[in-house]
Design a protein around this ligand. Sequence first.
Ligand SMILES: [Zn+2]
Length: 469
Amino acid sequence: MIRIYNTLSKKKEDFIPLEEGKVRMYVCGPTVYNFIHIGNARPMIVFDTVRRYLEHKGYEVNFVSNFTDVDDKIIKKANEEGVSAEEISQRYIAECKKDMEGMNIMPATTHPLATQEIDGMIDMISELIDKGDAYAVNGTVYFRTRQFKDYGKLSHKNLDDLQAGNRSLLVSGEDEKEDPLDFVLWKPKKEGEPYWKSPWGDGRPGWHIECSVMSKKYLGEQIDIHGGGEDLIFPHHENEIAQSESCSGKEFARYWMHNAFLNIDNRKMSKSLGNFFTVREISEKYDLQVLRFFMLNAHYRSPLNFSAELMESSKNALERIQTAVDNLKFLAEHASTQEMTPEEAAKAEEAVKYEKAFDDSMDDDFNTADAIAAIFDLVKFANTTADEKSSKAYAETLCEKIQGLCDIMGLITEKKEELLDEDIEKLIEERQAARKAKNFARADEIRAELLEKGIVLEDTREGVKWKRA
Ligand SMILES: [Zn+2]
């Protein structure tokens, strides 16, 4: 039985889906105005792993994750570059998908775009107005927060505390609200911004309504799991609940899962502190499998600290698994006997305990840290029980077991051929040395080798420069 820590109840609960054998899961996706940063990568990796594990357990998972492609930040970036907001969002959706592929994140069943779902948003807002849960003032539509009696149930906040905190936050332009707690469902257009027609005038939707609408359209009124970063609990997820449950009169999501923060060198990641990394920047130094492995080494509800040393140790640890897999493949290929001996069969049976330990850890609120420890125990078992005398079947069995567990984690056990920056620099140094020694044949060979892998060299007065083609 899988147990999930539910932010709603603050407890681990048995996972029982609405429909037997099926899981409906929604995870809030990124706002696409730039390359995704490593903070964005954490929920992507975490919930991709949750999905993979649920699939391993035999569930059919309908996984929906949106792209927010209309937003102030996108519009700002578009204005800075003098291009349309659509051009910005399309560009960074494509880049995000490249990063996801590098991190071995499976595409969602559906990746809806907010701008393609405006009709549904207008319908839901109209329904909320009809029910008296929302109201329009001069082109802006607000949700009547106090009307929803369960407001605060996810973030465990009470309305009066919120009211006290909110009074000072009352900003100009929103003074037409009936109550400071009310939040925006639709806002009127501003000059130079994308807009859509609506019964309340030209404008665009608020952010919270997007997820309620896309979740309903692709998964139905009720879903099993809703996920996201813990920074989304309030107000975003609280507002999603208020909108969706006011409309349907039913519980919106059964289990709310939130991953904890990611810090850099023990400090909050921020551009002003200069400790802000995009996934693309990390990919220039490391195979993104290392980033995935690093993130899964912590439980998703624990804060995670990112540092160069931790990435280095993750790289080494991942290599230990990959080396064990390589070794077992080599042994299987060169084995002198085919079938397992009775002793080997007993050992193979013994190794099942590591698979069981892996599943037990994952069943316990997706404890990936303990699950990885189980993989290492299996690796150690393989390294000590398989050798040149082993049968092909035994080496293969152990190899399949390790690979099977890594697959569930989304970890690729084959060593990548792709060249990393430091390898490229080394080859360039070697080429320079070859040229100095007048070994032009070797120098040309290195240039050709790099070119084959998509690296273009350019000899300049300042030295050799290189770029990825
Ligand atoms: Zn959302």
